[in-house]
Design a protein around this ligand. Sequence first.
Ligand SMILES: Cc1cc2nc3c(=O)[nH]c(=O)nc-3n(C[C@H](O)[C@H](O)[C@H](O)COP(=O)(O)O)c2cc1C
Length: 363
Amino acid sequence: MSHNTFGHLFRVTTWGESHGAALGCVVDGCPPGLPLTAADIQYWLNRRKPGTSRFVTQRREADEVKILSGVFEDDRTEGQITTGAPISLIIENTDQRSKDYDDIRDLYRPGHADYTYDAKYGMRDYRGGGRSSARETAARVAAGAVARRLLTDVTIRAAVVQIGKVAIDRAKWNWDETENNPFWCPDADTAKLWEALLDDARKDGNSVGAIVEVEATGVPAGWGAPIYGKLDAELAGALMSINAVKGVEIGAGFATAGLTGVENADEMRAGADRKPVFLSNAAGGVIGGISTGQPIVARIAIKPTSSILTPRRTIDRDGQNAEISTKGRHDPCVGIRGAPVAEAMMACVLADAMLRHRGQTGR
Ligand SMILES: Cc1cc2nc3c(=O)[nH]c(=O)nc-3n(C[C@H](O)[C@H](O)[C@H](O)COP(=O)(O)O)c2cc1C
């Protein structure tokens, strides 16, 4: 199985399966001298880990990370720092319940990758979905934590802005609120509505989708590249690579098709330092593949969880018609735990862009 690596200068390879012994990543190309401890990484992993509320999977994983390589500390380093060598991170799986999957060993979950993995590889690890499980995204979040060490002047944060058909009221957006409810919701009133919506979905043996918005502020103008290295294209690819993501938009995204040129123009005024002050941000912080200095804004549409209790029609490995009802511990809305993953992918893409910008321009 190839294609487990992404990035150019800041290069991440993830490994491991849902019900294997462990999973992890190797971050190659991280510059030396950055402060980095397991606790720094753990902070971000704790935001993605399962079992934190009744609205996410009840799998109980501590998601405790160990740094196996790429760091060093002595009396001159003022704490543990990166050496420039590959940084290898490991997270053990401790709460697998592979028996939960016995019933669906030979059945394909509609919407999940069971059929396509079988079609491609002629076999699949059905225990938790193996490599297609979003357990893999823990490794992305760990890599994202390393990327954040490079991006000291950049703030990356995500919010869930829609669950099912219920969207937030953007006038009530308060970033602090995302830390006060189990949904990363920036609007306290909408978070209450989502509780009932998700309880109902779970009771009905069903699931719901979501939209996550991720933003990076503090990115200077000039990161990214034209043509085939466009920052928005790389961002879209990275976000689309997250499990269950079916749509990505940057800035005004699909709505730009309905805007006029007058409405879409991000007008500029001269700032005090002779740099532009933009009067709007339909571009989402990227023009011509290069950052404008405005916040970089992306939204991802995440489909409803495929593993649901409600019986669905399917076929088995022998091509016989069958019915499937998926038991086990699944997220009723994968978008919630998808928010920290979206932040991590944004961080990895931006760290890579930063290093390439520095490499090409010396700045
Ligand atoms: C954080 C997160 C958690 C997920 N948890 C589940 C889950 O519990 N059950 C499930 O069926 N899918 C879950 N998914 C989605 C599947 O991993 C995904 O749908 C599957 O790999 C097929 O790939 P695709 O949807 O990207 O095409 C999760 C996705 C994310 C981002």
